[in-house]
Design a protein around this ligand. Structure first.
Ligand code: DGL
Length: 263
């Protein structure tokens, strides 16, 4: 494998930028391709079959771009399609949930909350993967429908949005979790709001662990690039909206390019 090839990162929209920003900071000399599938967002309300169909196009596109690794920043696809596709391509695939579960399972806690999309929660992936390493952690999972749209539409400070977020958080806090995982890449965009109602240290954004793991794994396999630094952004719809919503985590120099596909 040629270490100068690009790393691809994908998500249903801007959420994956929470991961991308961390990767770019610790691995600035890589070449990156970022794909945000805004046309099919939100993934969290899709069935497993739909997600398998959608991601097959995305994986094939990355094959055509001859990348060295694909970062499944999206929790929903990590939960629902990683197992099916993990051995299907020549590049390395990094799924966020399975990669971060071990580090999370080593935290000194007994009760853990997880906020994620409906499709992630109904897969049970967070609970399963964490309890695989540590069965003494009690995991409380909660789906948060509507949160992804709030972020994509940049409405995190609307009264209605704050009310919905607070309602979900109140429900979760009844379980007395010591920490709550933000198990969807879009949710760190809501930290400002969440922190109005619970201490910000309560929330864990797994992207930090994820980026560190990817760095050490590429290092281990002698796949680190010291000579790149290029980045390309693609979306399947709404490039203008993407650029605006992205701002909070990553300032894009240009609008992303449109990459249309039919599924
Ligand atoms: N941001 C993705 C995730 O981490 C998917 C959100 C969605 O499109 O519903 O799960």
């Amino acid at each position: 494998m040629n270490k100068n090839k690009s790393i691809a990162v994908f998500d249903s929209g801007v959420g994956g930028l929470t991961v991308y920003e961390k990767l770019k900071t610790i691995l600035p000399n890589e070449n990156y391709i970022y794909f945000g599938d805004l046309k099919n967002s939100p993934y969290g309300q899709k069935s497993k079959e739909q997600l398998l169909d959608i991601t097959s196009y995305i994986f094939n596109y990355f094959t055509s771009r001859d990348v060295k690794a694909v970062v499944m920043a999206c929790n929903t696809t990590s939960a629902n399609v990683y197992e099916e596709y993990k051995n299907s391509f020549d590049y390395k695939i990094y799924p966020i949930i399975q990669t971060c579960a071990k580090v999370i399972s080593e935290l000194p806690i007994k009760k853990l909350g997880v906020f994620a999309t409906s499709a992630t929660i109904s897969s049970g992936a967070y609970k399963r993967e964490i309890n695989k390493y540590n069965e003494n952690i009690e995991v409380f999972e909660m789906a948060c429908p509507g949160w992804v749209q709030i972020v994509e539409e940049n409405k995190q400070h609307d009264e209605k949005s704050i009310q919905l977020i607070k309602e979900n958080l109140d429900g979760m806090l009844k379980n007395n979790p010591e920490k709550i995982i933000l198990g969807c890449t879009h949710y760190p965009f809501l930290l400002d709001v969440l922190s109005q109602f619970a201490p910000s240290e309560t929330f864990i954004d797994p992207s930090e662990f994820f980026a560190q793991y990817i760095k050490s794994d590429l290092e281990k396999h002698e796949l680190l690039n010291s000579d790149g630094g290029d980045e390309e952004f693609f979306v399947s719809a709404n490039p203008k909206e993407f650029k605006v919503a992205a701002k909070m985590f990553y300032e894009l120099k240009n609008e992303p390019k449109l990459l249309e596909y039919q599924y």
